[in-house]
Ligand binder design. Structure first.
Ligand SMILES: Nc1ncnc2c1ncn2[C@@H]1O[C@H](COP(=O)(O)OP(=O)(O)OP(=O)(O)O)[C@@H](O)[C@H]1O
Length: 582
């Protein structure tokens, strides 16, 4: 502290001819207790303190006495930049302070000094209290930090640790005061290496530590530098990822459990065979994203069921699931069904116009079932819609934005159709982003029993029966090739439940196809002449359909017997020119 910081600045002076009365007036006015006395040239010639004035009065002087008669001439002259510690032993009453140009700038009196020191003390106390509070706050922040903290000095001695540190240490012993290499931590060597590197480089250093039992730490060393930028202390932070890893593991386990619960929750999706389990796993995986999926498999294997499973497990699950059967809608209506139309687009159109299935599926999923039956001109339009993510209604000019997840299903061999130029290759690749093939029921025999039981329970509940299958029935079920797949199985079980006269359903109630040779060996067809395969197929199909129509006289039962969906049956009959009356 310099003298100029504690002196009384620019004191009022008294001319040496002034009296003690003038001096006492000056003290009263300026509330000071001393005054430098100057001569005609304004040189300081003495100093008169209150104490000296009182002494003079006591000794018999009067208020009319001149100040230069009683002033103290033994002046102590000090430079204002002198350190206070150098002058504090001198008689303070008499200090007159000059600046470097020898100009009077202040006086130092005892009372002023006491006041100043008192104020400075008060100030220091406030600052100390502030520092104490900041220290306390910093301390509690360090304590509250989840990371373990070790502060190490430049000699490698631990100065302090926070309480989080003890989570990582095997014992509760405070390592403060010990050398860093002695701290009881599994990662002690790595901590030491970090400390040494920080001390060398004076920069922040990171390291990773992988211990036993999923223990994983990030070690950070940060230097505290002195004024010459040399590290004097190192703050080491230990961030523990162990719990995070455990949580990750736990959450992975939960999500696995959730997945298997979801498996079980697919009430409409019964499976036990490993082949089908793979299909379902693939479907659930692809459900997490929005890729286009092409589901293939024979009629009735469950393509639509898998499509619904994908939708239900997709973030779009709350959105609509719209299915359009491209094979069941007459060609001239299909376009307006798919894309919709504006009012007055064509004769017979709804006056208000109508949104198409693609538009209705916005925010959800669109299943293009029997996509192989899509006429070529619509294949082009569909491809454009999928690429542009927008459609035009028939007669509409403004595009409608699409946000639809597309699933397509078919029982046709699209690759063969491409070769025959009946299906566009570019559309095929656009749809076949993720292929899912569902094997026929005869190739996943493990599903026959659970499916049969599932349908038995469903129809028992529906019709309020308590039917059971005899064991021979299951044996025959397993041998049967199920050309109509699960649809055929479901229909058969429903029929057996209704038609059976007793609760146990025996094998003799099964249709003759279950006992025909064809089950064991392929059908014998006699061939008289060589004809093109396509023609032969059409002949066989048409004979079979006519025969089955005659026998069953019901579209549904005919379909069941031939193992095809009604829509497929109708389409085939139409294509072969077979008229059908129930
Ligand atoms: N795994 C399954 N669990 C329970 N029911 C199933 C399963 N797979 C299919 N089904 C049922 O079988 C019937 C036929 O299934 P789906 O319509 O999904 O077959 P598809 O392959 O789409 O047939 P198509 O090619 O004729 O359209 C439906 O009634 C469906 O509920």
């Amino acid at each position: 502290m310099k003298v100029k910081q504690v002196m009384l600045e620019n004191p009022r002076t008294l001319h040496r001819s002034k009296t003690l009365r003038d001096a006492s007036e000056l003290y009263k006015q300026t509330k000071v207790n001393c005054a430098p006395i100057v001569d005609d040239e304004n040189n300081v010639v003495g100093i008169l303190t209150v104490f000296r004035l009182l002494e003079a009065l006591e000794a018999g002087e009067t208020f009319e006495t001149r100040v230069d008669e009683v002033m103290d001439c033994n002046l102590q002259i000090i430079d204002e930049d002198t350190c206070f510690s150098e002058i504090c032993h001198k008689p303070i009453d008499r200090l007159v302070i000059f600046n470097q140009k020898r100009k009077l700038t202040g006086v130092l009196t005892r009372i002023d000094l006491i006041n100043k020191v008192h104020r400075a003390l008060e100030n220091t106390e406030d600052k100390l209290a502030e520092a104490f509070e900041t220290n306390r706050k910093l301390g509690s922040i360090i304590e509250a930090t989840y990371d373990g903290i070790i502060v190490v000095d430049h000699q490698g001695v631990v100065q302090m640790v926070n309480s989080s540190y003890f989570r990582l240490q095997d014992s509760s012993h405070d390592p403060s005061g010990r050398f860093l290499q002695e701290i009881p931590l599994e990662c002690c060597q790595q901590v030491l290496a970090v400390y040494q590197e920080v001390m060398q480089k004076g920069k922040v250093v990171f390291a990773r530590f992988q211990g036993k039992n999923l223990i994983e730490l990030t070690i950070t060393g940060s230097p505290i530098l002195d004024e010459q930028n040399h590290p004097v202390r190192v703050v080491i932070g230990l961030r523990d990822f162990t719990e995070l890893n455990q949580l990750k593991l736990q959450s992975a386990r939960y999500s696995e459990e959730l997945k298997s619960l979801r498996f079980k929750d697919q009430k409409e999706l019964i499976f036990q065979d490993i082949a089908m389990e793979r299909v379902v796993q693939k479907a659930l995986r692809v459900a997490e994203v929005d890729s286009t999926v092409l589901i293939t498999g024979e009629s009735g294997v469950g393509k639509e069921v898998i499509a619904r499973t994908i939708h239900r497990n997709n973030p779009r699950a709350e959105g609509p699931f719209i299915e359009i059967n491209c094979g069941a809608i007459p060609e001239h209506l299909l376009e307006s069904e798919l894309f919709g139309y504006e009012k007055g687009a064509f004769t017979g159109a709804n006056k208000e116009g109508k949104p198409g299935m693609m538009e209705l599926a916005n925010g959800g999923t669109l299943l293009l079932d029997e996509v192989g039956d899509l006429p070529l001109n619509l294949q082009v339009k569909l491809l454009r819609a999928l690429q542009e993510q927008e459609i035009y209604r028939i007669g509409g000019r403004a595009p409608v934005k699409l946000d639809v997840r597309i699933l397509a299903a078919t029982n046709k061999n699209l690759e063969q159709m491409i070769a025959e130029k009946k299906f566009r290759e570019d559309l095929f690749y656009r749809l076949n982003v993720v292929p899912i093939h569902i094997p026929p029921l005869r190739e996943r025999k493990g599903d026959i029993f659970p499916l049969a039981m599932h349908f038995l329970e469903r129809f028992n509940t529906k019709y309020n029966y308590h039917r059971l299958f005899s064991s021979e029935v299951f044996k025959l079920f397993e041998k049967y090739p199920w050309p109509g797949n699960i649809r055929e199985l479901a229909n058969l079980v429903e029929r057996l439940v209704i038609m059976s006269e007793q609760d146990t359903i025996h094998s003799d109630q099964l249709p003759p196809t279950f006992f025909s040779k064809s089950v064991a060996s392929p059908l014998q067809i006699s061939i008289d002449e060589i004809i093109p395969l396509k023609e032969a197929r059409e002949q066989v199909e048409s004979e079979l359909i006519i025969k089955a129509f005659k026998k069953y006289r019901s579209l549904r039962r005919t379909g069941d017997a031939l193992g095809v969906a009604h829509s497929t049956l109708l389409r085939k009959a139409r294509a072969l020119g077979i008229s059908y009356e129930e």
